[in-house]
Design a protein around this ligand. Structure first.
Ligand SMILES: Nc1ncnc2c1ncn2[C@@H]1O[C@H](COP(=O)(O)OP(=O)(O)O)[C@@H](O)[C@H]1O
Ligand SMILES: Nc1ccn([C@H]2C[C@H](O)[C@@H](COP(=O)(O)OP(=O)(O)O)O2)c(=O)n1
Length: 428
């Protein structure tokens, strides 16, 4: 995605065309989640052509757009608002694709945006993007085709020097690491309390609830004696929605005389909907902080009884990684990547169990819980790739890693199986 403010923009030569600053970057356009993205670069010289670029740029009026803001919180929110505005305003016949630009294999270099291909009868995209641009927070680039078949990219702007400068669009190779993995650390997954805390601090003017969440974190940290004395085991139950976590954790609580906790903790329940509506940076920081509150509760409760925890850091990281990494499971960071490491300052449980059921059984349980047919189908179809990524990310998380439990038998059978595991692993 083209963006007027690449990293280091302020330091860049002001007399240089804005567009020229993007020539060191590679651009990725994602046509759909199941196929490989299309990669291209901008160059002052014409390059080879290929069928992917031809398919992307060969028809319609073509634009790329992105939000233009200072600060990561504003950028994340503006990107989300831009997507909503484009989705609402573009006419049928207009394709909207996710795009990004990046420096190959350079962490934190990813900048997200959108690519528009307008084949609508009224060619409405240009009007829509110009209107959005006039509001002052969006920058727009146009792609055109020369008579000889070369593709050119130029800025849509009132500045004549910018308008007149254009670059050739040339194919680029796929990078070694999928670009969507580049910005995960401290944008999607937080490895220290202080990093997640900072995000909510940066939000506190625009999301007043952030202050209340931060106060709760501070209160809990103060009340906690921080060190887990290891007298009683701490067992975390993980798994996708409807795999049986609530059922099992309640049974375990009774069977073991344990304290039952969850992450996010009850005290954050009132804020959850608010943060779920925010872009990943803010939403994920909220859930990360929830784990630290739960950790403080675990530290206190485990001094007098075993503790069962319904979801904890595995959920936070696995869902965040699976959402951030677009496309297929193969795009996830490789096994052993530092992305899957446990935060250094977060209390580690004694045992993490991942409940696993077949997609069919999970759907049966969801249906039983009263999901309507339409939602049920969309869960199965649209979220199939997503669920596979969450499941795989769960299994790649290290120190502690999770043990997979087959949760398809009857509730009592699952309970007995898990009690057996707990007795073996935790000497209970
Ligand atoms: N082992 C099991 N076999 C069959 N149904 C189950 C089993 N465990 C849970 N269920 C049912 O599946 C649904 C989802 O279970 P729940 O415990 O709420 O899952 P989660 O907390 O993981 O979302 C509920 O209707 C529950 O009664
Ligand atoms: N410890 C946690 C718990 C949940 N999350 C996030 C991850 C997902 O986006 C949702 C999953 O929550 P959901 O409401 O589906 O979970 P339940 O199984 O209903 O408890 O919450 C998290 O990030 N960290």
């Amino acid at each position: 995605m083209l963006h007027c403010k690449p990293i280091g923009y302020r330091m860049a030569n002001r007399s240089m065309s804005r567009l020229a600053q993007w020539c060191s970057r590679v651009f990725m356009v994602e046509i759909n989640q199941k196929t490989e993205p299309i990669y291209f670069a901008l160059s002052s010289k014409p390059g080879a052509r290929n069928s992917e670029l031809e398919a992307l740029l060969g028809s319609g009026k073509l634009f790329s757009v992105c939000a233009l803001c200072d600060g990561r919180v504003q950028s994340a929110r503006s990107h989300a608002h831009l997507k909503t505005a484009l989705t609402e305003k573009l006419a049928p016949g207009c394709d909207l694709f996710d795009t990004a630009s990046f420096l190959p294999d350079v962490n934190n270099s990813l900048i997200r945006g959108f690519f528009l291909r307008d084949n609508s009868a009224l060619s409405s995209a240009e009007r829509v993007v110009t209107q959005l641009q006039q509001k002052g927070s969006v920058c727009v680039f146009r792609y055109t085709r020369e008579e000889n078949g070369d593709y050119l990219c130029s800025a849509v702007t009132h500045e004549p020097a910018e308008r007149e400068r254009s670059y050739y669009v040339t194919p680029a190779p796929a990078p070694q690491h999928h670009p969507s993995t580049l910005n995960i650390t401290n944008s999607d997954v937080f490895y220290q309390l202080a990093e997640a805390y900072k995000v909510l601090q940066e939000c506190s003017d625009i999301i007043p609830e952030s202050k209340a969440v931060l106060e709760l974190v501070e209160e809990q940290q103060l009340e906690s004696n921080s060190s887990h004395d290891k007298r009683f085991p701490v067992i975390v139950i993980e798994g996708l929605d409807a795999t049986g976590k609530t059922t099992l954790t309640c049974s375990l609580q009774k069977a073991l005389g344990a304290v039952l906790l969850k992450s996010p903790p009850e005290c954050l329940a009132q804020f959850r909907q608010r943060f779920d509506a925010e872009p990943p940076l803010i939403r994920r920081a909220f859930y990360a902080l929830g784990n630290y509150i739960t950790a403080a509760q675990i530290a206190r409760e485990s001094s007098h009884a075993p503790v069962i925890v319904d979801r904890y850091w595995h959920s936070t990281a696995a869902y965040a990684i699976a959402t951030a990494v677009s496309g297929r499971e193969e795009n996830l960071p490789a096994v052993g990547s530092e992305i899957y490491e446990w935060p250094s300052d977060l209390l580690r449980p004694s045992l993490v169990l991942l409940l696993s059921v077949s997609p069919e059984e999970r759907l049966r349980r969801l249906t039983h819980r009263g999901l309507d047919k339409t939602e049920e189908e969309s869960q199965l179809e649209i979220n199939h790739l997503f669920r596979r990524k969450v499941d795989e990310a769960y299994k790649r998380i290290q120190n502690p890693a999770c043990m997979v439990v087959d949760a398809s038998p009857s509730p009592d059978h699952v309970l007995q199986q898990v009690l057996c595991l707990i007795r073996n692993k935790c000497n209970l």
